[in-house]
Design a protein. Structure first.
Length: 138
């Protein structure tokens, strides 16, 4: 699954809904329906909409271990790409564990985290994430 900063000059959202196994970008994409989103607006970066999200630098192998990592937390929405880039909580090789709105447990291993300098006045930086995901239903 890919979560990519939109490259539009308009305010566009890119989102991942792990429950549905879908990633989408466009005017009709609603971040309220997804667990994670990126938006190319002046005051927005990464949006997280999940009850619990944790990030681990070590592999997480089971649903129970992922649930425990998610409950430890550690990943929250970040209001700008500059702050997201400085804090850089999602790195290649890290594992995101989260509990979805429908109660599933997701392990999303970051295969790629690519930063690009756009140089636009509204969005200086963009980031593209590629995840290898596993969803365990509870």
């Amino acid at each position: 699954m890919k979560l990519r900063t939109p490259r539009s000059k308009d305010c566009v959202t890119s989102a991942v809904d792990f429950d549905k196994g879908q990633a989408a970008t466009g005017d009709d994409t609603r971040p309220d329906d997804a667990e994670m989103a990126l938006q190319s607006c002046i005051v927005f970066g990464l949006w997280v909409n999940a009850p619990s999200v944790g990030v681990s630098d070590t592999p997480v192998k089971t649903a129970q271990a992922c649930l425990e990592s998610a409950n430890e937390g550690g990943l929250a929405s970040i209001d700008s790409y500059e702050q997201l880039r400085e804090e850089n909580p999602i790195k290649r090789g890290s594992t995101l564990c989260l509990v979805t709105a429908e109660g599933g447990v997701v392990r999303a291993v970051v295969q790629e985290a690519q930063w690009t300098r756009l140089g636009e006045p509204s969005v200086e930086w963009a980031v593209d994430y590629t995840f290898k995901t596993t969803l365990w239903e509870q």
